[in-house]
Write a protein that binds this ligand. Structure first.
Ligand code: GP9
Ligand code: MN
Length: 660
């Protein structure tokens, strides 16, 4: 004890004491107040270690101050500030189940989501632990129980501390990237960054990002918007008069088929259909099915697909638009458009936590009135897999909410079970279905979870029929992106029944289903080339909501005026005539490579390329510059995200009240 006392009276000892105490407080927050969802030994180990690197680094800065009257106040100051940051996040988390961004802290965020008057109500008795150590140390210092050590450490030692801190941080980062590749590049979820890298790193990371975003916004001007508008106006494809408004007033039910690719449709393995129900929908006369429809996502995967569908703008070339800009950008998105133009109620059903892909913020910004995330369902034990509630349960357990929604409604179901690594409990597998043998377990399992998803959708359709909702609705189904990435070339070749795959095969492998089903529809299989960017204008036209004034980059899939060019996020593309993928050019119809380009071919290809490049670049301008904030759309009121709160305890009661 005495030796410990003596140690604390040295600068290094005092520093060590504060570091350990702050570390302990952070872990206390991790395990009591935050829900970081660590799983497995690696993640727990990262969790334990991640506060250490930044704490050593920040607290160690005090060593560069030689005089004790600077060293001690600086060290204590850093400790207090860090504790303030930690504690504010604890309070904030209790209300929003999320971490504070720089935008929320500085109030830059259009709606100040900062701490409201209710913050007192958000305190907890155990909060004493966040402050107790600081009070005790200050008292001990006051009574000279902790003495100031006049001996400064040399700059060499100070530098050694900084170096050790950086090494600890580096190792932490490396292990985190190994466990969760592209953690920072894709920023799936703020919770993930805190879980893997700690709160300080998250805040610093967010600071850099916010600066970057603010710079882009500041330099954006209204005149850029005019350029964009000119482009979207000139590419507006007027609706097919036979189809315009045929679904007017109907409920819109969108089913997001996770990782579901078009090649699964009508595919048989071991003589069995993988997705018999979706196949029957695909072939049904009452379905408009598209067999040349492509996903167009980038690193934001599901969130990019959602953005494409809700807004008819592209995701970002890097990272996820939802995660980086979605909290503050101005959207003119489907839920708000349908609500303002045709009185639709809007809701999302999804069995994962709300903060994933920053949905909790983005949805409010898009005007979603309800978001039924994991907190609305029982997701305990084997009811969920990696990304949340199993699909069959999602469809079943959300009925009580759906039935209380005011009609007409616009709802979206985001499924999760058919997601990498395609795990499924044996109780959910169909004993009559045998997976193929592609040489890759991941790929084999993909068929099993896709089969499960098919059954889940079938069950939901049975409900829609029985409840009578099918008669009053239009049902839109789409695959969000590939499940089997380009890395699985051997398995893809096996699936396609080929020896090896070309870039053309890989391009066509990016097809996903897009189907519109409605009772009484005279549908069929449509071969137009299109993608996710085209969905919103298609739905708008079917509902009889004119979209010629909107800034949207897609074209109604049922229009006869389409240019049939499908840009991919990386600048490659597919068109009706030619395809460019991985730098190679092909004839789209045959897949034959274009070895020698004629002058006229080159001209056509250059023209397509120019369109694709401009399309992507102008969409990026809209998003990065937040240009829609300048756009005064007649009859459209900008969404105010503070009008929405999603609360599992109150929502059902609220719904019932409105219904009455
Ligand atoms: C999680 C889910 C998955 O909530 O939507 O997103 P993904 O990994 O496919 O982008
Ligand atoms: Mn997805």
């Amino acid at each position: 004890m005495k030796r410990l006392g003596k140690f604390v009276n040295t600068r290094i000892g005092f520093f060590a004491l504060l570091v350990v105490l702050f570390w302990a407080k952070t872990l206390f927050a991790y395990f009591t107040d935050f829900k970081l969802g660590a799983e497995g030994i690696v993640q727990y180990a990262i969790l334990l270690v991640n506060p250490l690197g930044t704490t050593l680094l920040l607290f160690g800065l005090a060593f560069y101050f030689k005089r004790s009257r600077f060293f001690y106040p600086v060290l204590m100051g850093i400790d207090v500030l860090n504790t303030v940051l930690l504690y504010l996040n604890v309070i904030y988390y209790r209300e929003f189940t999320d971490f504070m961004t720089i935008a929320t802290m500085t109030g830059y965020s259009k709606v100040n989501q900062g701490l409201s008057g209710s913050s007192i109500a958000l305190t907890n008795l155990h909060d004493v632990f966040y402050w107790l150590d600081i009070v005790v140390i200050l008292v001990l210092m006051l009574f000279r129980k902790i003495k100031f050590d006049p001996r400064a450490v040399s700059h060499r030692v100070a530098f050694a501390f900084t170096s050790v801190a950086l090494v600890v941080f580096g190792v932490n980062l490396a292990v985190a990237e190994m466990d969760r590749p592209q953690l920072l590049g894709r920023t799936f979820d703020r919770t993930y960054i805190v879980k893997y890298l700690g709160l300080d790193t998250f805040t610093a990371y967010d600071l850099v990002k916010t600066e970057h975003v603010n710079d882009m916004r500041k330099s954006a001007t209204k005149s850029e918007l005019e350029k964009v508008k000119k482009f979207t106006d000139s590419h507006y494809a007027s609706p097919n008069v036979k189809m315009y408004g045929i679904a007017k007033g109907r409920n819109v039910i969108v089913i997001h088929l996770e990782s579901f690719q078009q090649f699964l449709i009508n595919l048989k393995v071991n003589g069995q259909e993988v997705t018999p129900f979706l196949n029957s929908l695909y072939k049904s006369k009452e379905t408009y099915a598209f067999d040349n429809f492509f996903h167009q996502v980038g690193q934001g995967k599901t969130s990019d697909a959602e953005n494409l569908l809700e807004t008819s703008t592209f995701g970002l070339s890097q990272g996820s638009l939802f995660a980086t800009l979605g909290s503050d950008n101005t959207f003119e998105a489907a839920p708000a458009i349908l609500n303002q133009r045709a009185g639709y109620t809007s809701a999302v059903f999804h069995g994962n936590i709300a903060s994933f892909w920053n949905r909790n913020n983005v949805y409010k910004n898009m005007g979603y009135q309800y978001f039924f995330d994991a907190s609305y369902y029982d997701t305990s034990g084997d009811k969920s897999t990696g990304y949340g509630l199993k699909d069959k349960l999602l469809f079943k357990d959300s009925i009580k909410y759906l039935e209380n929604l005011q009609q007409p409604f616009y709802v979206k179901y985001i499924t999760v079970t058919n997601h990498f690594p395609f795990d499924l409990d044996s109780e959910d597998t169909d004993p009559n279905f045998t997976a193929p043998d592609t040489g890759s377990t991941t790929v084999d399992n993909y068929f099993v979870t896709a089969h499960y998803l098919d059954q889940a959708v079938k069950e939901f359709f049975t409900y829609l029929d029985k409840s009578g909702l099918a008669k009053k609705s239009i049902i839109v189904l789409y695959g969000d992106h590939y499940g089997i990435s380009d890395n699985h070339k051997a398995a893809i070749a096996k699936i396609l029944g080929k020896k090896s795959v070309t870039n053309y095969d890989l391009a066509m492998f990016q097809k996903v289903p897009f189907m519109i089903n409605m009772e009484g529809l005279k549908g069929g299989i449509d071969h137009t080339y299109g993608g996710e960017i085209d969905v919103l204008p298609t739905i708008e036209d079917l509902l009889g909501i004119s979209s010629d004034k909107y800034i949207q980059f897609g074209q109604d899939l049922l229009s006869t005026k389409r240019n049939q060019i499908v840009p991919f996020r990386d600048g490659d593309w597919v068109s009706k005539t030619y395809t460019k993928y991985g730098g190679d050019y092909y004839y789209t119809a045959t897949g034959k490579p274009i070895t020698k380009m004629t002058t006229s071919q080159k001209k056509q290809i250059d023209k397509i390329q120019k369109y694709v490049t401009t399309d992507l670049a102008l969409s990026d301008k809209v998003i990065n510059g937040d240009l829609l904030r300048f756009y005064k759309l007649p009859g459209f009121t900008k969404v105010n995200k503070s009008s929405y709160t999603y609360n599992a305890q109150k929502s059902l009661a609220n719904l019932k009240k409105v219904q009455q």
